[in-house]
Design a protein. Structure first.
Lengths: 346, 261, 270
């Protein structure tokens, strides 16, 4: 532990009782540039030709105990590099990380006991053994006491509905079952923090939905702080209240999910059902564009900075006879895609 | 014909892409060439005659380097690519493609052999030539040697192909392929010259096809055999094994169409 | 010390789990063991054939060579049973498995060692034992406690030195591109080159395998004592008693480099 961190005044507003503190976290890599040709290959072995790349550039944030936080960003944004520093896999080049009072890279083993990690694309379970045997091995690896193990096993068997396949070899499990097994495996030692990396990847819609329910329950009932990285924005929408967006190594957004809609979801869509008689006729309304038409139903996109929904409805109603109308909020997916593409200023 | 040429060329280019593997491969081959050379120096130091079973020390050393070169060309450890496609089921779709299955795999094999000849075998033998005085054959021997080398590649392919095809029936390639590769390593005269073997073992080696893979081109290179009839066993085995491979391919195809793989 | 003990206990627990997994495929495992036996058997058959034409190999009889071969083969195969995870270490890095290893509160070294159990290598162990029995049966060695102890120490040192070599091969992939085939020179090649008396090679070559990569201690130097052979003119015979200290130091050194390599991985992630 490094005392100067805890003594220092935080320069930003901390979440309630932070469990993770990240300050000015930076990671730069030296990338070996390979040379071409047989001689080049040989030369690269002897003398390397390096280029420095900053994967993470001075990220700061805090995570409160018991939070369920979404941590997103496009591929190569520095997302997994920063998670690797939080989990103790990588040592930061600069800046500080404190996870539940520990510096993960300096106290790798101690930190390992207080975190659970699930990598969605690969399992930590033993492929040829029944699920229960993997749990049994992890009990010894994490030195979990017998009572604690039995208690947790009982909880997770219920919570994650493992009973029907707990004696099945892992290689025979479906992806969804395996993921549930993996989550239980990561929680057996009562970690304070659970890192979930793409937990829903490859799952079908129903399995995704169930898994989200499990994650929510674990967070609420067990009080486990969850850090969720995912490419599936519906994961975020359904699970997280707070979101951190990383892009090009920097933190570009940290705040509530609702706020992001407010701030970046400028474009909304007014959907109107017209009375008959307007077939095929495109609607022409100032400050709005018809983006779609299906029979009598029309979609009008508008920027809420230019026109309020009420004014727009007034304008449409003044010229056309309406049967019905509704306003579509922009999907978080679309907003975030736009943030990735255009940056925060968009 | 064009298709098979392209398949071979692709295989050649793919091998070419692994430059570092080529380099380390040459180092590994040279390492074993070195050790074998000194084993021969050690055994020859205790005998008073200058040739043993037709090999002088200089020839034995040349043998050490030549075998290291030849095994890369003839790919003496069976390539398991074919059996992998059989296990994975990809072979089924290969059968239904508009090419001759056996010729298709031979083209690949030939492409790899050609690559190995230039980038693995030649540099390895060059090391032996420069550091250990491994012999180069007289210019007049080259046509016979190249013919013999070509036939050795064909026979080696066919043996490996047949062993690979057994995967259709065994479904687990490990045992058969290791058995085949082991027999080939020993009876081709790669581990020790066939001439060194006791009579009964040497006799066995000379009736088996494996001698066509290493021993015959090696004897031509060293000038131990110089008449064209040395190619007869290689020719014979090429024809017999090509036929056997055809027959087995047909059986495999029938098995797939009847049992669905 | 408790950490070492716990690590060992966990190692056996993990290996036992691997074994249970493997035993689900009994027939397959047996075929693999038999195959491996066959391959290595041919290896020794080649040496035997050589002695069909030559009376000795620089003064060494077939049984004496078999002794060298058997000892090298036994310690090599035992080491190979332990280190499969190190052989495929570059794939561990590529597939991100090393990251998983680093998120567990257990020594990465133990985890990698316990990651796979290549049972087929029992085939080579069996072959090595057979060759050693053949060697000892044909030799008139005056066995005493000291010689038996020396043989056991030599086998143990051999395991240490081979495991150390696999570890070094693995850790080198953190610095450079895959060097599996180069590592092969020292491991497979090492077991092969030590099947013959080191005195047959050039001075620089054998000195390399005494000082830099101490493979001379896995069989050759102790064998000179056990079989009462005269060895290298410029080396006193008593160094043959040192396999264990050399093995421990070499293993320690490689562990140190391993730790250093992991640190490097943690700072570069490459």
């Amino acid at each position: 532990m490094q005392p100067q961190i805890t003594n220092e005044k935080p320069s930003f507003i901390p979440a309630a009782e932070p469990i993770i503190r990240v300050r000015e976290l930076t990671k730069s890599f030296k990338v070996n540039q390979r040379r071409k040709g047989l001689l080049g290959t040989f030369a690269s072995l002897v003398v390397s030709n390096y280029k420095t790349v900053e994967a993470v550039k001075g990220i700061s944030f805090e995570v409160g105990r018991g939070e369920l936080l979404g941590y997103v960003g496009p591929n190569g944004a520095g997302k997994s590099t920063s998670i690797k520093m939080l989990t103790g896999i990588l040592t930061p080049s600069q800046g500080e990380v404190l996870v539940n009072g520990l510096n993960p890279s300096q106290n790798r083993r101690d930190n390992a006991r207080q975190i659970g990690v699930v990598f969605g694309q690969r399992t930590q379970l033993w492929w040829d053994l029944p699920l229960l045997d993997s749990f049994e091995l992890l009990r010894h690896i994490y030195k979990i006491s017998s009572e604690q193990y039995q208690r947790n096993l009982k909880i997770f068997r219920e919570l994650l509905e493992l009973d029907s396949f707990i004696h099945t070899p892992v290689r025979q499990l479906s992806l969804g079952q395996r993921m549930r097994g993996d989550i239980a495996a990561a929680l057996l030692h009562n970690p304070a923090i659970l890192y979930l990396d793409e937990p829903t990847i490859g799952l079908d819609v129903v399995a995704k939905e169930r898994l989200r329910g499990f994650i929510r329950a674990i967070n609420r009932e067990q009080g486990v702080t969850v850090l969720l990285t995912t490419h599936d924005m519906s994961d975020i929408e359904q699970l997280c209240r707070r979101l951190i967006i990383i892009d090009k190594g920097s933190l570009i957004y940290d705040g509530g999910l609702d706020e992001i809609r407010q701030r970046y979801g400028k474009y909304r869509t007014l959907v109107v059902d017209l009375e008959s008689g307007y077939d095929d006729e495109p609607l022409t309304i100032a400050d709005a564009i018809q983006v779609r038409a299906e029979g009598l139903r029309r979609w009008l996109q508008f920027n809420r900075d230019d026109i309020s929904a009420a004014t727009l409805i007034g304008r449409v109603a003044a010229r056309y006879n309406l049967q019905d109308l509704s306003i579509e909020e922009p999907e978080i997916e679309a907003i975030i895609r736009r943030i990735y593409e255009e940056g925060v200023a968009a | 014909m064009r298709l098979y040429y392209e398949v071979g060329r692709k295989a050649f280019q793919r091998s070419l892409a692994y430059k570092l593997a080529t380099l380390t491969g040459i180092i590994v081959n040279s390492f074993f060439g070195y050790i074998h050379s000194y084993i021969f120096v050690a055994v020859y130091s205790t005998v008073l005659v200058s040739t043993v079973a037709g090999f002088s020390l200089a020839q034995a050393i040349s043998y050490a380097w030549l075998t290291q070169a030849l095994i890369t060309i003839t790919q003496i450890w069976f390539d398991q690519e074919i059996s992998k496609t059989i296990v994975s089921g990809d072979a089924v779709s290969d059968f239904s493609k508009p090419f001759d299955y056996q010729t298709f795999w031979f083209s690949k094999f030939a492409g790899n052999s050609f690559y190995a000849c230039i980038f693995r075998a030649a540099p390895t033998y060059l090391v032996g030539f420069l550091l250990f005085g491994a012999q180069l054959p007289h210019l007049s021997t080259w046509p016979l040697f190249l013919m013999s080398l070509l036939l050795s590649v064909i026979v080696s392919f066919l043996i490996g192909y047949i062993f690979n095809l057994t995967t259709f029936w065994t479904l687990n390639p490990t045992g058969m392929l290791t058995l085949g590769a082991t027999l080939q390593m020993f009876f081709s005269g790669f581990i020790v010259p066939i001439a060194y073997m006791p009579d009964w073992l040497g006799w066995l080696a000379n009736v088996l096809p494996f001698q066509a893979v290493i021993s015959i081109p090696m004897q031509v290179w060293l000038g131990q055999r110089q008449s064209w009839d040395v190619l007869l066993p290689q020719l014979l085995w090429s024809i017999v094994l090509w036929g056997a491979a055809r027959w087995l391919t047909g059986r495999a195809m029938r098995k797939i169409t009847i049992q669905g793989g | 010390m408790t950490r070492v003990w716990e690590g060992t206990a966990l190692y056996f627990r993990l290996v036992n789990a691997q074994l249970r997994g493997k035993l689900q495929y009994k027939a397959n495992t047996l075929i693999q063991i038999a195959s491996h036996f066959m391959v290595t058997f041919v290896d020794f058959a080649g040496i035997a054939v050589l002695f069909n034409r030559f009376p000795t190999l620089q003064g060494w009889s077939l049984n004496e060579i078999a002794f060298l071969y058997g000892v090298a083969s036994i310690s090599f195969s035992l080491a190979m049973l332990l280190v499969r995870g190190f052989e495929t270490f570059d794939r561990y890095i590529q597939k991100g498995e090393l990251d998983r290893v680093l998120t567990r509160p257990l020594s990465p070294f133990v985890q990698i060692m316990a990651a796979e159990l290549p049972l087929h290598r029992l085939g080579r162990l069996g072959q090595g034992l057979l060759v050693l029995i053949f060697a000892i049966a044909g030799l008139k060695v005056q066995w005493d406690v000291a010689k038996i102890l020396l043989l056991l120490m030599t086998l143990l040192a051999g395991i240490l030195i081979f495991v150390a070599l696999f570890t070094l091969g693995a850790v080198s992939t953190i610095w450079t591109v895959s060097t599996a085939e180069l590592t092969n020179i020292f491991t497979n090649g090492g077991a092969y080159l030590t099947s013959f008396p080191l005195s047959i090679y050039q001075e620089w070559f054998r000195d390399f395998f005494i000082f830099v990569v101490p493979l001379a201690f896995i069989n050759y130097l102790p064998t000179l004592i056990i079989l009462d052979k005269s060895g290298l003119a410029d080396w006193p015979l008593w160094v043959g008693w040192l396999p264990l200290p050399v093995g421990v130091v070499f293993m320690g050194l490689s562990l140190w480099i391993w730790e250093y390599g992991l640190k490097k991985y943690q700072s570069t992630g490459s």
